[in-house]
Ligand binder design. Structure first.
Ligand code: FES
Length: 135
């Protein structure tokens, strides 16, 4: 094999290697963290969720009862600096107590300094069992 062909072969191999690493990295960045749990709404520690505007932090998730009477679940950490988020029922938005970032009910940024959205999880209410899970 000539030197030119060897170098060409090494170049292709390196290119494929870089592409595989890049794709693996991108798939991790876009991947929503796996979440799958059930909240029993009859359990007193979750009683706040029975009220419109009630919210709890469960693991890395904020679960809240929207004023539209639907349940929502988002990653609970502000994407700016990681503070625990709150549901501000009067404004019907998710707020950060640290630097005032705001998100809508689906995790999109309404006001910075945060610039990245929150992960949104699915919720399904069956009787008094609220299932929260990764789509
Ligand atoms: S940590 Fe939320 S805005 Fe800074």
């Amino acid at each position: 094999m000539k030197t030119k062909n060897i170098l060409k072969s090494i170049g292709y191999t390196a290119g494929v290697f870089v592409l595989v690493i890049f794709l693996a990295y991108c798939s991790k960045v876009d991947q929503i963290p796996f979440v799958d749990f059930v909240i029993d709404l009859t359990d007193p520690q979750y009683s706040t969720l029975l009220n419109l505007g009630g919210y709890v932090h469960e693991g890395e998730v904020i679960v809240f009862h929207g004023i539209d009477n639907n349940y929502y679940a988002l990653s609970k950490f502000c994407t700016q600096d990681g503070c625990d988020l709150q549901y501000a029922v009067a404004q019907n938005e998710i707020t950060c107590p640290c630097d005032a970032s705001k998100y809508d009910l689906h995790g999109a940024v309404i006001m910075g300094p945060a610039s990245s959205p929150l992960y949104e999880y699915l919720t399904q209410l069956t009787g008094t069992q609220l299932h929260i899970y990764t789509p």
